[in-house]
Design a binder for this molecule. Structure first.
Ligand SMILES: Nc1ncnc2c1ncn2[C@@H]1O[C@H](COP(=O)(O)OP(=O)(O)OP(=O)(O)O)[C@@H](O)[C@H]1O
Length: 451
């Protein structure tokens, strides 16, 4: 790989390399903004290391440009010859919404249509095609592709993004890459990206000391304000705090974290109502924007709309997706009740980890000096919150994982090198269950039904 050519350079060619058409006005505007992202300063370092290593780890804080820029850096460094069999860069995301949102953004950055050179694939939707060279997909979608093609023959580079979330799909994918794909495909490269240094270093150890590039954080100080006593009704507290910030604090947008769709919609209504009761626009117009995976796509785009100018402000009420999967500009205040759902499908709400709380507060300091209001006490933070995110694989039913690995021809599951191996009892339970359902025979091989 060399970093010759490409349309992502600061000096861009007149014609779009992919469409052959002149670049649009928007393209140039976005390009200017892209080149100021922190990750651009380490582009050469990144590409040089990727050139000489099969696996590379990247640690970069949210908003530095990992998800949008890295696949484009790689693309620009490859010599694509249309007469060759085209090979793709695949970039995985734990969340469907993020896969779609990032694909759209990157298509706009490259001035191409979504589904053509830049596509995405999530569980029920495949918007990619023959021309696709950069494909964003959920980690689960790539695992399913690996079942059908264990060599991942369509890919030249696989980028596993948001690894710090330690989703089940990510852990299975990393296991498959390490134990099977990388050995069979010496020409395939793997880039693993994490927002936290601690997970980045764990992945580095897992991949036998692969080189790690750390993008320097350009953050402003964030003042963390704890509640003096613990709050019972955190939804009510969130609404009150959001309105209070709007009335009392200097300009800047607000990011509120809540655990799920219903809470988010309730908070949105609550904030709107309070602001109306206070006289609406007299206290400055407030645009409350919700962000959760059940929203129609058009509404998801609203989160990137410009904020009303001061004294107005935008209040974004989001699930954990805004913690590390989508970086939104202009946030100066963060309101964190300290809870999240255990996983997307789960109804159980539990305390987040300290690492998550720290990630959340960092959003307040991306644009300028900011403030994070934690709606719990400092004691709760110190005594009740676990230090790190607990990998999903250690709390999941493993039946699907077992089926996937068996389908790929991996039979010795007990010795399969997961980053955090699940307990042998959990594997045994999954094997028994699959046997009972008739998906595995008594020897542990896939039956027709299992396949
Ligand atoms: N849909 C969008 N509309 C406008 N700007 C966007 C959009 N998506 C990304 N950006 C801009 O690109 C920047 C980099 O986003 P990117 O997702 O690559 O960051 P990241 O380092 O991967 O963070 P994260 O892990 O949170 O996604 C953002 O800070 C934002 O300025």
């Amino acid at each position: 790989m060399s970093s010759a050519g490409g349309d992502g350079g600061v000096v861009s060619a007149v014609l779009n390399r992919w469409t052959g058409r002149p670049y649009s006005q928007t393209y140039h505007q976005i390009l200017h903004k892209r080149t100021t992202l922190p990750i651009w300063k380490q582009k050469d370092e990144f590409l040089q290391l990727l050139n000489s290593n099969q696996t590379l780890i990247l640690v970069a804080p949210p908003g530095s440009g990992k998800s949008t820029q890295i696949p484009q850096f790689i693309l620009d460094s490859l010599h694509h010859d249309r007469t060759d069999q085209m090979m793709m860069i695949g970039c995985t995301q734990p969340r469907r919404l993020a896969a779609v949102a990032v694909a759209r953004r990157v298509a706009a950055e490259m001035d191409v249509a979504v589904g053509e050179e830049v596509g995405y694939k999530i569980r029920y939707q495949d918007d990619s095609g023959e021309k696709t060279v950069v494909k964003y997909l959920t980690d689960g979608a790539l695992v399913r592709e690996a079942m059908a093609d264990p060599r991942l023959g369509r890919y030249k580079v696989v980028v596993v993004d948001e690894v710090h979330e330690r989703s089940l799909g990510t852990d299975v994918l990393l296991g498959i890459m390490k134990e099977s794909v990388l050995g069979n495909r010496p020409d395939l490269k793997l880039v693993v990206m994490s927002a936290t240094a601690s997970e980045g270093e764990r992945v580095q150890a897992y991949f036998n000391g692969a080189p790690l590039v750390k993008v320097r954080e350009e953050a402003h100080p964030v003042e963390v304000v704890y509640s003096r006593e613990s709050v019972g009704d955190y939804l009510g507290a969130v609404v009150r705090k959001a309105v209070e910030v709007h009335l009392r604090e200097p300009p800047g947008d607000v990011l509120v974290f809540l655990a799920g769709e219903e809470e988010i919609e309730a908070a949105r209504r609550g904030i709107d109502e309070e602001v109306r009761n206070l006289g609406g626009d007299r206290v400055g117009p407030v645009k409350v924007v919700a962000l959760h995976s059940a929203l129609p796509e058009a509404m998801q785009e609203e989160i990137f709309d410009p904020s009303p100018s001061p004294p107005g402000r935008k209040i974004l009420v989001s699930t954990n997706i805004a913690e590390t999967s989508l970086a939104i500009d202009g946030i100066v205040y963060v309101i964190d009740p300290g809870f999240d759902k255990q996983n997307v499908e789960s109804l159980v709400v539990s305390r987040i980890s300290k690492a998550s709380a720290q990630q959340r507060s960092r959003h307040a300091g991306r644009t300028q000096q900011g403030k994070c209001f934690r709606l719990y006490t400092e004691r709760t933070f110190n005594d009740e919150m676990p230090p790190e995110t607990y990998p999903e694989i250690l709390r999941s039913n493993l039946a699907n994982v077992v089926l996937t690995l068996k389908k790929m021809g991996i039979h010795d599951l007990v010795h399969f090198g997961f980053m955090d191996p699940p307990a042998p009892e959990a594997l045994a339970r999954a094997l028994e269950e699959l046997n009972r359902l008739g998906a595995l025979d008594d020897e542990g091989s896939l039956t027709k039904l299992g396949r």
